[in-house]
Design a protein around this ligand. Structure first.
Ligand SMILES: [Zn+2]
Length: 414
């Protein structure tokens, strides 16, 4: 029996039927619907020559033992955001299942290396605001103390919600033992952006996940009466912030894949009759190259000081969050490119703006690569998220091709 990509599309529709309502997918991690999705997934494993277990962080592992203990990992996540799409995360898992079935059939239950499929717990962080939870426990980058006290919108703590699903946060570090023998990690994902569609390409090779610098920037001026204060004597904090919000286009524009976003501006006192005395802005900057990211951060700081002084204001910065760029493995990128070209006749390399579980796996030192399939209209985290069925099927075949090449690579390297 060989690969049946059509089956993946059929199963994705089954899952959608089971776990969505009129507003989209509702597979939010640590909820009943999510657990229903996982139970449904377990029924798909019946009859396969595999071992199945949940690790200490709630990650869902399917293991097909091979002749060698060296292991190829294939990953995804069944959880979704509220009102999410039908493909984000679940395509990865179900395409991985199809690849696993093909290996099991072709090698009569014993492939040359061990193949493991993982459905990561809580990739989205939709309920507690903490993304990549299960994969960071696996990678050993998770800090329990910071997360156990997080609460959802109803005041339920993360620790209690996980306990309800049989997961005890104290035991998270035990998930690190799943890293044993891992020789490579591959992940297929929808692009969630418009690049491949614009280029007319079904598939793309992901170079890595972009690093992020995220800051709160506060401009201080002087509140003053809007009628009594002459234009030349104002200390208008909004004017300084507005200049920065426009200038980040120039800062990002010097680099082909860089992005900078001022996502929030709050003015104080925020009334119609006062010059803005204080303006709080947020800035999010991303690039795959750490030097570019550092340069953009420096340039934004310099620009903010210049604009503050032009408007007779002052400015202060505080870091909200940051993560370094995570480039994927050069040889696996090469294999991914060959696979994409063999299936679609064409290939394109692109960085990922969103973070993915693959970034955590790569941080753990395991050679990693991701493949993207085109997203229609570039929309995701939305019920209208979609991908052409022929592209979905092609992506399953390309992931399968990549899996075979990676198995050969693992065998050759060891
Ligand atoms: Zn995802």
């Amino acid at each position: 029996m060989s690969l049946i990509p059509q089956r993946t599309v059929t199963e994705l529709k089954e899952l959608r039927e089971l776990t969505s309502d009129e507003n989209g997918a509702q597979r939010v991690a640590w909820t009943d619907v999510w657990q229903k999705a996982r139970k449904w997934f377990a029924t798909k494993l019946v009859g396969l020559p595999i071992e199945h277990h949940y690790d200490a962080a709630g990650n869902n592992w399917v293991t097909l033992r091979g002749t060698s203990e060296k292991t190829l990992l294939i990953g995804g996540h069944l959880d979704s955001v509220p009102n999410g799409g039908w493909l984000d995360g679940s395509l990865n898992v179900l395409a991985g299942l199809e690849v696993l079935r093909r290996f099991a059939a072709e090698f009569k239950g014993k492939p040359p290396v061990t193949i493991r499929l993982v459905d990561w717990a809580d990739e989205e962080g939709a309920r507690f605001g903490r993304s990549l939870l299960g994969s960071s426990a696996f990678a050993g980058t998770h800090s329990i103390a910071a997360d156990r006290v997080r609460t959802d919108k109803d005041g339920v703590t993360m620790e209690d919600a996980l306990k309800r699903c049989g997961v005890h946060m104290d035991r998270f570090p035990e998930a690190e033992k799943e890293r044993a023998n891992a020789a490579a990690y591959i992940e297929l994902h929808i692009e969630q952006g418009p690049v491949l569609e614009k280029l007319g390409l079904p598939l793309g090779v992901v170079l890595g996940t972009k690093g992020v610098e995220r800051h709160a920037i506060t401009f201080h001026g002087q509140e003053a009466h809007s009628g009594a204060t002459p234009m030349k004597q104002r200390k208008d904090a909004l004017a300084a912030a507005a200049k920065l919000a426009l200038d980040i286009r120039n800062i990002a524009g010097k680099h082909p894949d860089a992005v900078c976003t001022v996502g929030s501006l709050k003015t104080f006192p925020g009334i119609v009759t006062a010059v803005v005395g204080r303006c709080e802005a947020t800035l999010d900057q991303r690039d795959l190259d750490a030097r570019v990211l550092a340069q953009m951060y420096r340039e934004a700081q310099e620009a903010s000081k210049r604009f503050a002084s032009e408007e007779n204001c002052t400015v202060e910065w505080s870091r909200i969050w940051s993560i370094e760029p995570i480039p994927f493995h050069p040889q696996l990128i090469e294999l991914c490119e060959q696979s994409v070209r063999e299936l679609s006749g064409n290939s394109h390399r692109l960085p990922s703006g969103p973070l993915h579980d693959a970034a955590e796996v790569s941080r753990a030192g395991i050679p990693t690569v991701m493949m993207f399939v085109q997203s229609l209209r570039g929309i995701s985290h939305n019920k209208i998220e979609d991908t052409r069925e022929e592209h979905l099927e092609m992506s399953v075949a390309a992931l399968d091709r990549l899996a075979s090449k990676t198995v050969d690579w693992i065998l050759k390297a060891n």
